[in-house]
Design a protein. Structure first.
Length: 81
């Protein structure tokens, strides 16, 4: 194989590698961007869930209030007789 053909083959190989690396680099950049967007969405979701947890009434408290109210109403009705 003449030296010129080897140099040409190496140049073509280098070009092919550069194109492949550029494509891989672009795909990796896209994956990083999607990962960042997913992280941001997850963080926003966690904030929303935390806000909902802080504002909800705990069910045991509601049950106690209902029981106390029922007992109070029963006592009032018994005393009124």
């Amino acid at each position: 194989m003449p030296e010129g053909q080897v140099a040409l083959a190496l140049a073509e190989l280098r070009s092919a590698l550069e194109v492949g690396f550029a494509r891989i680099d672009g795909q990796l950049a896209l994956l990083v961007q999607r990962s960042d967007q997913t992280d941001k969405a997850l963080e926003e979701l966690e904030e929303r869930v935390s806000a909902l947890e802080k504002t909800r009434w705990p069910l045991p408290t509601i049950a106690v209030l209902a029981s106390v109210t029922a007992v109070a109403l029963t006592l009032v009705s018994l005393l009124m007789r």
